[in-house]
Write a protein that binds this ligand. Structure first.
Ligand code: AMP
Length: 443
């Protein structure tokens, strides 16, 4: 694969990169960034145990909320580019603060992050720009919710307005269930994030994620991905942060992609500009391909996890230049990423009990891993004082492989998973079933 770039890359100053975040997403970003020979060091705040296995990477223990200490440390380390992984620091305006201190930052300011941290704002934004999305109601009280739920004839979904770590969306089967979901949200289950809720028309179709790197005016399209949100095989069970993914998504034909660019991506960037929002970061489009065409389910203001772990191995060493160009607002708009040679897949190994209660601190043993176009990005791990690798989250490891087709990808990934042992390890065996021949006859 290649990124066609016209600028003289060797003039870029990119020796020291900082990534903020502690998951598989941030480890995969670090892994992709360190490939560039201009990069001497990648620091992660805070990273996790897996960070230490990645070339050139080092963890820094510092509280990002202690801004004065943070800036002093970044000055000392002569950080050339900062990449902010998770949505919470973006929603809290960390990118704005660091830009004011003259750092180059990849990640939107608080105004742009609102696309993710307020679902009602994002829906109004789409309405203003005439972007296809499900019909919606912004609701401030249970009385209001009750009226809409019992008078509307269409099935509805219920969403907390603010950030809720992927747990604030309810897909009820009946009107009473729908009302109870609204009650749960408005009664404070999600704190401030649930002071307002959004009722939405329930739409149908396969889902696909599209990512753009945006410099405020121009953008670069990354390979698309499909993830598996449900815990169990056959896409059943509770929603999770993501049990696996594959990229690119064959579902996204050129015809759909052209429509998505014209009807969704470009109007989004135009509307950001109209609203004077200088968006320098990832715009993640969570889409549903309905019978009426692609519609936006949600925006995220950062890379998805596990989609990021899946896509990063498809990037070549120029990836970091794209991030830098976005941070400086100087994409040419002609950068292209050609991933035609390889496809990628990721399976997440989780702790028993996830997404509900689970144990941490369980020893992880990793046996003989096939390393040819395979990576293991730690999602939730730590070390004990003897240096043993332990589980430290619901999602523990992201097992990622690339090859010429998805059957080969997942054969390698599942072979590697056999070599990973910890008490209560759980993963789905059917990740990528839509694109694997062994599932072509269904379950
Ligand atoms: P969100 O956090 O908004 O992406 O929602 C989480 C998941 O809920 C999505 O990936 C969809 O599977 C589902 N969902 C959200 N909104 C809708 C909708 N309007 N109609 C049907 N399913 C939805």
């Amino acid at each position: 694969m290649s990124i066609n770039s016209t600028s003289a890359e060797s003039f870029h100053k990119l020796e020291n990169i900082l990534i903020i975040g502690n998951g598989g997403r941030e480890n995969s970003l670090a892994w992709a960034i360190q490939k560039n020979e201009l990069v001497k060091k990648v620091y992660l705040i805070p990273g996790n145990a897996g960070t230490e296995r990645i070339n050139k990477c080092e963890r820094i223990k510092i509280d990002i909320n202690n801004k004065i200490e943070l800036v002093e440390k970044l000055d000392l380390l002569k950080i050339n580019l900062i990449v902010i992984g998770p949505e919470i620091p973006l929603a809290n305006g960390l990118a704005d603060y660091l830009r004011k201190k003259n750092f180059k930052v990849f990640g939107p300011g608080k105004d742009g992050a609102k696309l993710e941290y307020s679902k009602s704002w994002a829906k109004e934004f789409m309405q203003d720009a005439n972007i296809p999305t499900a019909k919606f109601w912004k609701v401030n009280s249970l009385e209001e919710a009750k009226k809409i739920i019992y008078s509307e004839s269409i099935p509805l979904v219920v969403k907390a307005d603010g950030l809720a770590s992927g747990k604030g969306v309810f897909i009820p089967e009946t009107k009473d269930e729908c009302f109870r979901a609204a009650e749960t949200i408005l009664n404070g289950k999600f704190g401030k994030s649930g002071e307002v809720l959004v009722l939405e028309e329930k739409i149908q179709g396969p889902e696909v994620s599209v990512f753009t790197l945006c410099d405020g005016k121009k953008y670069v399209l990354l390979p698309s991905a499909q993830d598996h949100k449900r815990l169990n095989e056959n896409d059943k069970g509770p929603n999770t942060g993501g049990m696996g993914a594959y990229s690119p998504a064959p579902l996204l034909t050129k015809e759909y992609l052209d429509r998505i660019i014209k009807e969704i991506i470009e109007p989004t960037i135009d509307e950001l500009n109209k609203k004077n929002i200088e968006y320098k970061g990832v715009i993640y489009f969570g889409l549903m391909i309905t019978e009426y065409g692609p519609k936006v389910i949600e925006y995220n203001c950062r890379f998805g996890d596990p989609e990021c772990q899946t896509i990063m191995p498809l990037m070549d060493q120029n990836f970091v230049f794209l991030l830098e160009k976005c941070s400086m607002g100087n994409l040419t708009g002609y950068e292209k990423i050609d991933t035609s040679e390889m496809v990628s897949g990721c399976v997440i190994a989780t702790s028993k009990g996830y997404p509900h209660e689970y144990k941490t601190g369980l020893p992880i043993k990793i046996g003989k891993i096939d390393k040819s176009d395979c990576q293991i990005f730690d999602s939730g791990t730590s070390f004990n004082k003897n240096g043993d690798l332990l589980t430290d989250g619901g999602r523990v490891l992201s097992v990622v492989c690339q090859d010429k087709d998805f059957d080969m990808v997942f054969e390698k990934a599942y072979k590697n998973l056999k070599e990973i042992k910890f008490d209560g390890i759980y993963f789905r065996n059917d990740i990528g079933h839509q694109v694997r021949k062994d599932f072509s006859k269904g379950y």
